[in-house]
Design a binder for this molecule. Structure first.
Ligand SMILES: Nc1ncnc2c1ncn2[C@@H]1O[C@H](COP(=O)(O)OP(=O)(O)O)[C@@H](O)[C@H]1O
Ligand SMILES: [Mg+2]
Length: 325
């Protein structure tokens, strides 16, 4: 055996080139940047050659510090074996980035166009959940035109149909608070939901669909907040995550079944976080996140860590599952 042949036989395979896209054009821009940096840093350099792309609040793409016209950004995506679209919210998680990858013919991690769009739309998600017999908070859908006709009768939660990180979400305990709440929600979306207040514990369930059609559900997580799970509680360190969420067996089963049913009905792929309220009458679905917060400290990575899958292993699995075989 020649020296060259020996080297070739033992040389590790070249790292797989993957793109991590962060940022985005919505109120969750900063949260997405944090998720994307954490994801890019956690991908093992022995296995992955990571290209870090960002989308600015103005929609401009960059690779590192270099501005990229969209056409060049697409060419960079096409130079990769897979894309990790770590952009939360509208023009990212709502299927837009999935659509770009589909048109560019490049594999990507996570849900496709339809699932992303449906899950981003809290009204559409409710309709799907109702069809499955899964409870959601009773709600009315309002637009700016209809908002003036809404008659407040009891405490409600007002929220944009499509937003995230609690932006534009307010509790309205008295009629006088309604106009400001509607204005805050309508600033982020043309449609808002006015929901009944659900009294219950907040429990998140992660679902990971695997390439062979399997489903992994790690232990559920309870979000314990002193007060309201607003933006400050989410990112100011005021929320306490309990894993596994203390649940009766029957509650845990009901949550897992509901999470799996809604994941499959929406047609999700990769990982999704399905958020519930646990009430004495059973689980009430709040929302589905197809690109949930993804730093190592975020709910989903913590739930998988509790199941024995480290952050780096979870990412590796997500990427390997979409690589062309
Ligand atoms: N109908 C509701 N009843 C009680 N609390 C709610 C309701 N809707 C939302 N919340 C609270 O507001 C938080 C943010 O609302 P959510 O719909 O999850 O928006 P986002 O997509 O911004 O996370 C929830 O985590 C929960 O604490
Ligand atoms: Mg939420």
């Amino acid at each position: 055996m020649t020296a060259t042949a020996a080297t070739a036989a033992t040389a590790p395979p070249a790292p797989t080139r993957v793109a991590v896209v962060g940022g985005g054009q919505n109120c969750e821009h900063e949260v997405s940047l944090a998720s994307a940096v954490a994801v890019a840093d956690a991908l093992d350099p022995a296995s992955y050659d990571v290209v870090r792309l960002t989308i600015g609040p103005d929609g401009a793409w960059r690779v590192g510090d270099r501005a990229l016209p969209l056409g060049e950004a697409v060419a960079v995506l096409q130079s990769c074996a897979a894309v990790l679209p770590v952009v939360h919210g509208p023009r990212g998680e709502d299927g837009t980035l999935a659509a770009l990858c589909e048109l560019a013919g490049v594999a990507y991690v996570g849900s496709g166009v339809a699932a992303g769009a449906l899950a981003m739309d809290k009204w559409a998600t409710k309709l799907v959940a109702q069809a499955l017999g899964i409870a959601t908070a009773p709600a009315v859908l309002l637009t700016a035109a209809g908002a003036a006709t809404y008659a407040w009768t009891h405490p409600v939660v007002v929220k944009p149909v499509a937003a995230g990180s609690s932006h534009g979400v307010s509790m309205v305990r008295e009629a006088a608070q309604l106009p400001d709440a509607l204005e805050a929600a309508l600033a982020l979306d043309d449609r808002v939901l006015v929901e009944d207040v659900v009294i219950g514990r907040e429990v998140d369930v992660a679902v990971l669909g695997t390439a062979d059609g399997g489903r992994l559900v790690p232990p559920a997580l309870e979000v314990v907040v002193d007060g309201w799970f607003d933006h400050e509680a989410k990112y100011g360190g005021g929320a306490d995550f309990r894993i596994p969420a203390p649940l009766e067996d029957v509650e845990r089963k009901a949550l897992e079944e509901a999470a799996l049913a809604v994941y499959d009905a929406l047609g999700c792929a990769g990982v999704a976080r399905v958020d519930f309220f646990v009430t004495p009458d059973g689980p009430v679905l709040n929302e589905v996140n197809t690109m949930p917060g993804f730093t190592a400290q975020s709910q989903v990575p913590k739930m998988f860590a509790a199941a024995g899958l480290s952050y780096a292993e979870l990412l590796d699995r997500l990427v390997r599952d979409v690589l062309p075989r």
